[in-house]
Ligand binder design. Sequence first.
Ligand SMILES: [Mg+2]
Length: 311
Amino acid sequence: MHTRALTLSVLACALALGACKRSEAPAAKPAEPATPAATAPAAPAATPAASAAPGGDDNLNAVLWVQTSAEYRAATETVYRAAADKLDTALKQKNWDALVTDERGNAATGLPPAVVMDVDETVLDNSPYQARLVRDGKEYDDVTWDAWVAEKKAKPLPGVVDFAKAATAKGVTVLYLSNRAEHLQAATLANLRAAGMPVKDDSVFLGLGTFVEGCEQNGSEKNCRRKLAGQKYRVLMQFGDQLGDFVQVVANTPAGRDDLLKQYHDWFGERWWMLPNPTYGSWEPALFNNAWDQPREARRASKREALNVAP
Ligand SMILES: [Mg+2]
């Protein structure tokens, strides 16, 4: 999804944020029966993954949770229903805006209202693609990802279509700010339409590579595109499954991410709405210093070290 002219540092970022891209696209995942004991009490439970065969995939539980649990469906519906309930308040308060100060270069008052939505794992559920990776013992790559996008078979997250329709009925434009690359725009918009989501016109897709005058996009960071959205709209709400969907993550470390969460704590559940995604995201590379170039087992070892183990 990225351009080739990336410097090493940016490439590092790109890989790191594989997160970058994975903040959008499904990820390479290592593995971790996060709560093995929960489902496998008896056996060599607690630390069986330590010696898991290379063919094992720690994303098995996460993908299955998304695909089969009533809990996941209830969680996403809860988020979207709560957001819909807040829309009228957001519309009435003329100063209500969901962009951080650094990304709001112009006054928001008087602009038409919009909501900014990430796409993958926020609007569209790509768990079938990830299930393929689990089945095949593979990690994310652009070729298999592009092929999945071209199939246009992703389903909407539970609750999102009702929210989007309610927003549209109130005159709110739905913008899709995605790290899907621009060459995936047509397939993405077709998939969104097939899923029942409103697509006003092609301009509502702000994919990776969107040119923003006067703003240099670094890797797959979304800050420039948020600014672009803010030039035309008052952004009532943002929706995502990654911190980077809402604000620029300057330091993708556990501490850096915690700081952001503290700083914007009050905005979650009001202007910012986070969808659960246990299967991939920038939280993961933060655990191995964003070094995606390490062998899979090395990344996995770092993640195991991050476990908070009861003494
Ligand atoms: Mg996403």
